[in-house]
Design a protein around this ligand. Structure first.
Ligand SMILES: [Zn+2]
Ligand SMILES: [Zn+2]
Length: 254
């Protein structure tokens, strides 16, 4: 079985009841932490031992998607698991940026426990029986859209992106599209170009012909029911909200 658990989904900033962006993808014995937004390390640890992660994927290095990776660093370097190396896949440049914050030179334990891998759009990796493919997101910093294919199903995550990303192509025929829907209402000339409206998330789901859509990363003040309604104007399949703590089964259950 492959599952997606929402550790946090608040757009831009954590709230008292919802951490920033972070997800746990589990398939067979593999576990991936996908985005490490503020507050998500503690949620991750409630669901799985962080010392047993198969990998971490960071869509980009905006703080609401990456800061808790330093919690994992501390856990793996100084915590009960003993020193455990974990691959961290992130856009090119992220390794340098994160290392600088940790003041970690080449020989630092930061690099022993976090094996930071630069990822270019179009590349892919395989870990166990999980294949991960990356595409280009449209955002002010290098950012990735990510597809997980497992023996049970397929999940595609938008990260943060505006219109024009590789999302439609990467999500083609996927079981689940987990897509940001930061903005409410229709896009106008003044609308921020580096996030999606809920309607655009629905349109991408329809164009990619995915089986179901989960909307996430709603900006503070955006009404969830309105976002679901706006997504449903473009996509006729099932649409869910990425409520914190919720778990979704991806594809079949065997
Ligand atoms: Zn964000
Ligand atoms: Zn961002």
């Amino acid at each position: 079985m492959t599952t997606l658990t929402v550790l946090g989904s608040a757009g831009g900033a954590p709230t008292r009841t919802n951490p920033a962006s972070g997800y746990l993808v589990e398939s067979g014995g593999a576990a991936f932490w996908v985005d490490a937004g503020t507050g998500t390390f503690m949620e991750l640890a409630r669901h799985t031992d962080p010392g047993t992660l198969s990998g971490v994927v960071l869509s980009h290095i905006h703080v609401d998607h990456c800061t808790d990776v330093f919690g994992l660093y501390g856990y793996l370097a100084f915590g009960p698991s003993g020193i455990v190396p974990v691959p961290v896949f992130a856009p090119t440049g992220a390794a340098e940026h994160l290392s600088a914050f940790a003041r970690a030179g080449e020989e630092h334990v930061f690099h022993t426990v976090l094996d930071l891998v630069d990822v270019e759009p179009g590349s892919h990796v395989a870990i166990g029986d999980v294949s991960i493919r990356f595409g280009r997101a449209v955002h002010p910093v290098p950012a990735l859209v990510t597809r997980f294919d497992t023996p049970h199903g397929s999940l595609v995550y938008s990260g943060d992106t505006g219109p024009g990303s590789d999302l439609v192509e990467l999500a083609s025929g996927a079981d689940v599209l987990l897509c940001e829907a930061t903005i409410a209402g229709e896009r106008s000339a003044q609308t921020y170009p580096y996030h999606l409206t809920a309607g655009e998330a629905g349109r991408i789901a329809a164009e990619a012909d995915v089986a179901s859509l989960i909307v996430t990363h709603l900006a503070s003040g955006v009404d969830a029911d309105q976002a679901l309604d706006e997504a449903a104007t473009r996509f006729r399949g099932p649409i869910n909200l990425a409520a914190p703590g919720s778990t979704f089964t991806i594809g079949g259950t065997t």
